[in-house]
Design a binder for this molecule. Structure first.
Ligand SMILES: O=C(O)CCC(=O)C(=O)O
Length: 423
C-alpha cells in the first residue's frame, strides 16, 4: 500500500490555497476553524494522530447535526461538512503506508460520506473510493497469485458450494393459472409496446430485451462477483420480512456482511428459529458502485418517456428466498428486470384500489393492509373480488408495471432484480 498516498494526493488540489472550503454562516466559525486546521494538515508535516483527531472531531460534530431532527430538515451545509470530515479522515488513514484494515476503514468512511454527506469537490469521495478499492483488489490478487495451485482448486470448490448453498428454493412456488398470467412478448417494436401497453397501461413481460447486459452474460452476477466488485462497500439494508412489520428496521452493513448474514445464513437464526430476512433494496447502489451500473443498461423503451434519462431512478433489489414487498403502488412507470433467481409477482389495477384496503396513514397510504397470499377475509372481504394478474419472473424477463399498478413481490430463491422508475 506504499504508493497509495501518492495516488490519493494526485487527486487533491496541489496546495492549501487551491483547496475550497466555503460555508454559509449556518456552520459555526469554530467548526470552520477545525476544517481549516484539517486542510492545513494535509499539506504540512504533523503526526498521524493529530490528523486523525482533527478529522474525527469534524466527523463527530457534523454526524450529531445529521442525526438531529428529521432528515428532511438537515441543512445541506452540514452534509457538506460531514463529507469534508470523511475526506480528511480518509487522508489521515491512508497517509503513512496504511494496513489493509486501515484501507478498509477508509472505504467505509468514503461510503458513509457518500450516503450521508453532500457531494463535494466534483464528488471526490467517489473517485477516492475507486482508488482504495483498486488497491485492495491489487493486494487480493497478489495474495491469490502467490497461492499454490492445489489451494486454488480447493478455493474454487468452496466457491461452488457457496453458490449451491445460497440457492435455497422456497417450497411455495405458486402455479400460475393461464387466464391470470401476465402476457409475454419477445422484443416488441417501440411502436407496438407504446400502442398495446404504454398508452393503455397494460402490464406485459418483455423477453429478450436484456440478454445483452453484462450482468447476464459477460460476468453474470453471482455471489463471488458481487463480493469482488462491492464486497467491502457499506450499504443500507432493510431487516425484517416486510416493511409494514413492526420489527422491520434499517441498518448499514458491508455487502460481504449482508451476503454472509442473509444470503448464506452464516451463524444466524431469527427469534422464531427461522431464517432472518434482510433486503438490499436501494437506489444508491449503482451510484456507489459504478462497476455494477456498467453491467446493466437503461431499457430502450424508456425513450418513450417525457423526462430526461437522468430522471430515471434505478433500484437494486438483492435478497434471499422469502423476501416480500407488500402490495403497494408507485407514482411512476416501472420496468422490473430479473437478473438472478425468480420472483412471484401479482398485479392489481388502480381501478380496484377500493378492494385493496390501503393503509390510512400518510406514510403508508400507497400500501395495502392485506397479506396477499394469506388474506384476512373477515377484515378485508372485498379483496377476494379484486381481479389480478400474476407471473413468476425469471432471469432475463422484464416486467412492465404501469404507473400506479399495485404490485406484490415474493422472491422464490436468492434473487437480484433491477427496477427502472420512469415517467
Ligand atoms: O422486487 C421487489 O421486491 C419490489 C420491486 C418494487 O416494488 C419496484 O420495483 O417498485
Amino acid at each position: 500500500m506504499a504508493l497509495l498516498w501518492s495516488r490519493i494526493s494526485s487527486i487533491l488540489p496541489p496546495n492549501e490555497e487551491q483547496f475550497p472550503l466555503q460555508f454559509s454562516d449556518k456552520v459555526e466559525s469554530s467548526v470552520v476553524e477545525m476544517l481549516k486546521r484539517s486542510r492545513r494538515q494535509l499539506y504540512c508535516d504533523t503526526t498521524s494522530t493529530s490528523r486523525m483527531l482533527n478529522a474525527q472531531i469534524v466527523v463527530d460534530i457534523s454526524w450529531e447535526r445529521l442525526n438531529t431532527g428529521t432528515w428532511r430538515d438537515v441543512d445541506k451545509e452540514w452534509r457538506r461538512v460531514y463529507a469534508y470530515g470523511c475526506l480528511f479522515k480518509v487522508a489521515a488513514l491512508c497517509r503513512e503506508n496504511p494496513s489493509e484494515d486501515e484501507v478498509l476503514q477508509a472505504v467505509r468512511t468514503c461510503d458513509m460520506g457518500l450516503l450521508m454527506g453532500a457531494a463535494i469537490m466534483d464528488n471526490i469521495l467517489q473517485v477516492l473510493v475507486r482508488i482504495l478499492q483498486s488497491e485492495l483488489r491489487k493486494t487480493a490478487k497478489d495474495e491469490d497469485e502467490s497461492e499454490h495451485v492445489e489451494i486454488k482448486m480447493s478455493v474454487k470448490m468452496k466457491r461452488h458450494t457457496f453458490l449451491k448453498r445460497a440457492k435455497i428454493v422456497s417450497p411455495h412456488v405458486p402455479s400460475i393459472k393461464e387466464d391470470l398470467a401476465i402476457p409475454r412478448m419477445k422484443c416488441p417494436s417501440l411502436e407496438s409496446f407504446n400502442t398495446n401497453h404504454l398508452i393503455p397501461l397494460k402490464p406485459v413481460i418483455l423477453e429478450g430485451i436484456v440478454d445483452h447486459w453484462p450482468a447476464l452474460n459477460k460476468h453474470p452476477w453471482s455471489i463471488d462477483y458481487l463480493r469482488s466488485v462491492a464486497g467491502c462497500r457499506t450499504v443500507p439494508v432493510e431487516v425484517g420480512s416486510r416493511y409494514t412489520d413492526v420489527d422491520w428496521s434499517q441498518t448499514l452493513l458491508t455487502v460481504n456482511q449482508f451476503i454472509d448474514r442473509y444470503i448464506l445464513n452464516k451463524d444466524q437464526t431469527s427469534q422464531d428459529g427461522g431464517k432472518p430476512l434482510g433486503y438490499l433494496a436501494q437506489h444508491q447502489l449503482f451510484d456507489q458502485v459504478p462497476e455494477l451500473k456498467e453491467d446493466i443498461r437503461i431499457p430502450d423503451y424508456c425513450c418513450l418517456c417525457e423526462g430526461d434519462e437522468d430522471d430515471i431512478t434505478v433500484n437494486a433489489w438483492f435478497g434471499p428466498a422469502g423476501t416480500v414487498s407488500p402490495l403497494h403502488q408507485d407514482p411512476q412507470q416501472n420496468f422490473l428486470a430479473q437478473v438472478v433467481g425468480s420472483k412471484y409477482i401479482r398485479l392489481y389495477s388502480p381501478e380496484d384500489t377500493d378492494k385493496l384496503y390501503p393503509h390510512q396513514s400518510q406514510l403508508l397510504h400507497n400500501t395495502s393492509q392485506v397479506e396477499v397470499e394469506n388474506p384476512d377475509v373477515e377484515r378485508f372481504p372485498e379483496f377476494a373480488k379484486a381481479p389480478y394478474l400474476e407471473c413468476v419472473l425469471q432471469p432475463g424477463d422484464v416486467l412492465f408495471i404501469p404507473v400506479k399498478h399495485w404490485h406484490y413481490v415474493r422472491s422464490l430463491e436468492v434473487s437480484f432484480s433491477v427496477s427502472f422508475w420512469w415517467s
